[in-house]
Write a protein that binds this ligand. Structure first.
Ligand SMILES: Cc1cc2nc3c(=O)[nH]c(=O)nc-3n(C[C@H](O)[C@H](O)[C@H](O)COP(=O)(O)O)c2cc1C
Length: 209
């Protein structure tokens, strides 16, 4: 069965969000177009991305030297493994986030740290790293207050989407699509129309994703 993993990197649970609204439209349209597919939602804020911290590095060191792990260390490594397995098992990935300070929210960066694992998502070779996930495809849905991806120029520079694209390319994922919902704070009077346009784009894209 085809699996779609929606990776929600948004802190809001009650406040309206453009990216979550567009992601919900995508999901509904995707369900209609692919009724037998399994859709899984991973909420990075609510679920808490397993950290790369002092406990993680100490647990890895102990594992390497065959030392016993504490219960906390074992639990943390089990969570790392479960999250990575979920990522590897998905055929299609949808990343949803607000732009924060020209980048991705920190939780999404942490998620990429969690999934960038040699011999799982990519491997090292004499001629450089090679991606192992060539059969997957990805969609990035991102909302921003300003403009970054307009066809007619005058865009500000952002690092989040190019970084996500680069990381997924490292994993071998070349089929990478985007929906940008932009100018929401710069032109608040156009907000509803901007979101409606993005929802229509998402619904169309969902049919052949
Ligand atoms: C902490 C923070 C940082 C932000 N940084 C940027 C930014 O660098 N560029 C930008 O255009 N908008 C920025 N915004 C505005 C949000 O990207 C914008 O409000 C967007 O609509 C949020 O997505 P949402 O509608 O899905 O919540 C920022 C908002 C917050 C709260």
């Amino acid at each position: 069965m085809t699996k779609l993993l929606m990776i929600n990197a948004h802190p809001h649970t009650t406040v309206p969000s453009a990216s979550l609204t567009v992601a919900a439209s995508f999901k509904t349209a995707y369900q209609q177009a692919h009724p037998t597919d399994e859709i899984i939602t991973r909420d990075l804020y609510q679920d808490g991305v397993p950290a790369l911290n002092d406990t993680t590095f100490e647990a890895w060191r102990k594992q390497k030297y065959g030392e016993d792990l504490t219960a906390d260390e074992a639990d943390l490594l089990n969570r790392h493994a479960a999250w990575l397995d979920e990522f590897l098992a998905a055929d299609k990935l949808v990343f949803v986030n607000p732009m924060y300070n020209h980048f991705l929210p920190a939780e999404l960066k942490q998620y990429l740290d969690l999934t960038a694992v040699a011999r799982k998502t990519f491997k090292y070779t004499a001629t450089g790293p090679v991606g192992l996930l060539t059969d997957k495809r990805a969609l990035h849905i991102q909302a921003a207050g300003g403009y970054y991806h307009q066809a007619d120029g005058h865009n500000q520079v952002e690092a989040g989407d190019p970084y996500l694209r680069d990381m997924l390319a490292l994993y071998g994922i070349q089929d990478y699509r985007t929906i940008f919902i932009e100018g929401l704070d710069q032109f608040p009077e156009q907000r509803d129309q901007t979101i409606a346009n993005a929802k229509a784009t998402a619904e169309k894209l969902a049919a052949d994703f």
